[in-house]
Design a protein around this ligand. Structure first.
Ligand SMILES: Nc1ncnc2c1ncn2[C@@H]1O[C@H](COP(=O)(O)OP(=O)(O)O)[C@@H](O)[C@H]1O
Ligand SMILES: [Mg+2]
Length: 310
């Protein structure tokens, strides 16, 4: 459904997207996950034909998004990061207006508008002025707009951004339901979102793709590598450097726990248990040690591991 090849975007001197390639198959729900400034919006705007790339190509359902942009766009329902709505229009009137802009004609307009109002739970709001709607309902109007021309593919840019927990849950349920009959690429900087809704996660950071796998597989890869936590008091740089000199250790990261204590996140080669050599080292230096344990990683660990800057 989506094919992206070596896509790059530079703003003046700054490369926001750096030669990314990925595919999304028909029927998949894919999370596009990355911290703020990672390049998510820039990528999605290129995919939806709103922003020309500096280099590289992308196609939607076989149509090149730049050379065959009208055919490609017909396949896409795009909900941008800040949904631009006309505040002084009523909900149904606005969706009808959008349907006309997207080329729907005659009885198709009324039929599709009624369908998307139903799908997005807007029945009770259809006569309300858009400016009187809550943020959650505004997002639903944005979704209704994205859906009205009956696209196969939905591209949603941070659809739960700025919503309260209740609204987030409702939008998440709606996206899951839409996923039964659509291909979906949904961006977020919130990890929990992708764990709940997506079959696959593409992690992007500083304009590059760091990983692409199911949430379960990403976690399994981390587990295979092995992760140990050690809580030691002392100079973080000195302790981390000493631990990282032990055999089979790949990475050490420190987390400040306050009052002189640090928790060291130690990543080691798969099948190696380095708890004992770490305990020996710590006692050799006489650093206070209060705990050392193995733990199963979460998707959050995977994300931090793949996107941290140091
Ligand atoms: N119109 C623009 N002009 C200059 N720089 C931009 C513009 N839009 C985004 N950027 C920069 O490009 C990078 C990626 O931004 P963006 O795609 O919005 O990231 P995300 O959606 O992941 O938060 C950021 O460093 C951002 O500051
Ligand atoms: Mg963004």
């Amino acid at each position: 459904m989506i094919q992206v090849s070596h896509l790059t975007k530079s703003y003046a001197q700054h490369q926001a997207v750096r030669g990314i390639s990925f595919e999304v198959a028909k029927g998949e729900i894919v999370g596009f996950l990355g911290p703020n400034g990672a390049g998510k919006t820039t990528t999605l705007r290129m995919l939806t034909g709103y922003l020309p790339p500096t280099s590289g190509t992308a196609s939607i359902a076989g149509y090149d998004i730049f050379r065959e942009s009208i055919a490609a766009r017909r396949k896409i329902g795009y909900m941008p990061e800040n949904v631009p709505l006309y505040d002084d229009m009523r909900v149904r009137e606005y969706i009808e207006y959008r349907a006309k802009i997207k080329g729907l004609r005659g009885s198709d307009i009324k039929r599709r508008v009624a369908e998307v109002i139903d799908t997005c739970g807007l029945e009770a709001m259809k006569k309300r002025m858009i400016k009187t709607l809550s943020k959650g309902y505004r997002q639903r109007v944005g979704l209704a707009d994205a859906l009205v021309h009956d696209p196969e593919l939905l591209i949603l840019d941070e659809p739960t951004n700025g919503l309260d927990p209740n609204q987030i849950r409702q939008i998440r349920e709606l996206i899951k339901r839409l996923g039964e009959s659509h291909t979906i690429l949904v961006s977020t900087h919130i990890l929990h979102e992708v764990e709940m809704t997506c079959q696959r996660v593409i992690i992007i950071d500083s304009g590059k793709i760091r990983a692409s796998d199911s949430p379960q597989q990403l976690i399994a890869k981390m587990r295979a590598a092995g992760r140990i936590f050690v809580e030691v008091a002392g100079d973080a740089d000195v302790v981390a450097a000493a631990i990282s000199r032990i055999d089979h250790i790949k990475k050490v990261r420190s987390e400040d726990l306050g009052e002189g204590w640090h928790r060291y996140h130690v990543l080691c080669e798969s099948g190696k248990d380095v708890r004992e050599p770490i305990a020996q080292l710590v006692s050799q230096y006489g650093w206070p040690l209060r705990s050392i344990y193995r733990d199963d990683p979460t998707l959050e660990d995977v994300f931090v591991e793949m996107t941290r800057k140091d």
